[in-house]
Design a protein around this ligand. Structure first.
Ligand code: AHG
Ligand code: MN
Ligand code: MN
Length: 337
């Protein structure tokens, strides 16, 4: 009989990869899994919220209805706070990081950065959304208040990163620096099962993903790269395929499975693009590199950027290695235009 590994079993089995760890990271990943299940539950019934709630701002329990991204934020914060594996959390939804300073957090070594609901504008139209997370060891002394410097670490210091995609099925994809593994949620059983072990991304794919509505505002290198994608590929006699969902998690997930490149460049209106280094680009860059791909800002490796602020934005080129190499070639060639 085929053996089905659950996420819980996998986390425990792989704890030995961290000889210095005493199980806190495993417990933290389990907490993220739990919060993810709770958010998944809310997202699944998002379309029912207006039917079940009263006509005003309150739902049937008389609670204020919250925007789902704030609800997801609260769920991750309260789940992680209750469990004591981290001493602080930074979120795309909050201006400042929060410190966890109860007795159970005294010895906590980790901090989490999170985009609780990515692609949230897609909720209303029943399109996939996700949660992105990134885990670091704190650099300040355990037992003292967590500091900004604990969060402003370059992505190459990540201990683990991953995402949940709430799609046609819900999946959790993560890395601890030892490859990428993906788990698919069985809602009947309430467990994630290992469905995509040791994921790798093709060196060259057929998909490019970019919001072409911003075309006129893009740097010349990106315009030229798009043109290159649209030329006939001699091997297939077809141009590359354009696919853009507008949820980074969903666009990334598709390109990871099929091979492709995702670009969110700087524009004349957004000098550093739109995506956030700490909550979106670093975790995705860690994942794609672990799958054999590449991520850069067009010139520099994302994971080597030293962050200066929590909500820093950065241009993002991410996906199949040869495709990102090619895009960088165009960026370099047209950098002065
Ligand atoms: P969020 O919902 O967390 O604010 O992120 C939205 C991001 C990302 O998911 C997506 O790739 C990008 O915004 C889409 O932006 P455009 O609509 O400008 O293409
Ligand atoms: Mn996002
Ligand atoms: Mn978000």
């Amino acid at each position: 009989m085929q053996r089905h590994t659950t996420l819980g079993e996998f986390i425990i089995e792989n704890q030995k990869d961290f000889p210095y760890a005493k199980g806190e990271l495993s417990a933290l990943l389990s907490s993220i899994r739990l919060a993810g299940k709770m958010v998944n539950q809310e997202i699944n019934k998002a379309g029912l919220a207006n039917i079940l709630g009263s006509s005003g701002d309150e739902n049937v329990q008389g609670e204020q209805q919250q925007k789902l991204d704030l609800l997801a934020n609260d769920m991750f914060i309260s789940t992680l706070r209750n469990r004591g594996e981290i001493c602080g959390l930074g979120s795309e939804e909050m201006e400042d990081f929060v410190e966890f300073n109860d007795e159970i957090h005294k010895e906590s070594k980790y901090v989490v950065l999170i985009d609780p609901l990515d692609g949230s504008s897609n909720i209303d139209v029943n399109v996939s959304v996700g949660t992105i997370f990134s885990i670091y060891r704190r650099v300040s002394e355990p037992g003292t208040p967590v500091q900004l410097e604990d969060f402003l670490q370059p992505g190459n210091k990540q201990v683990a990163a991953g995402y949940l995609v709430y799609g046609t099925s819900t999946m959790l994809v993560y890395t601890t620096g030892n490859g990428v593994n993906a788990f698919t949620y069985d809602p009947g059983i309430g467990s994630f099962f290992l469905s995509h072990p040791k994921m790798t991304v093709k060196p060259q794919g057929k998909i490019y993903s970019i919001n072409e509505g911003n075309y006129v505002h893009m740097p010349e290198g990106v315009k030229q790269y798009i043109k290159w994608c649209q030329e006939l590929d001699p091997a297939t006699n077809r141009p590359l395929t354009s696919r853009y969902i507008g949820s980074l998690v969903a666009d990334f997930h598709r390109n990871l499975l099929k091979g492709g490149i995702y670009i969110y460049p700087r524009g004349t209106k957004a000098p550093n693009g739109k995506l956030r280094l700490l909550y979106e680009c670093n975790p995705m860059a860690f994942l794609i590199e672990q799958a054999g791909g590449k991520a850069s800002d067009g010139f520099t490796r994302i994971l080597d950027i030293d962050p200066t602020e929590l909500h820093q934005r950065v241009p993002f080129f991410c996906g199949s290695r040869e495709m990102v190499d090619k895009a960088e070639e165009f960026m370099e060639r047209f950098k002065d235009e």
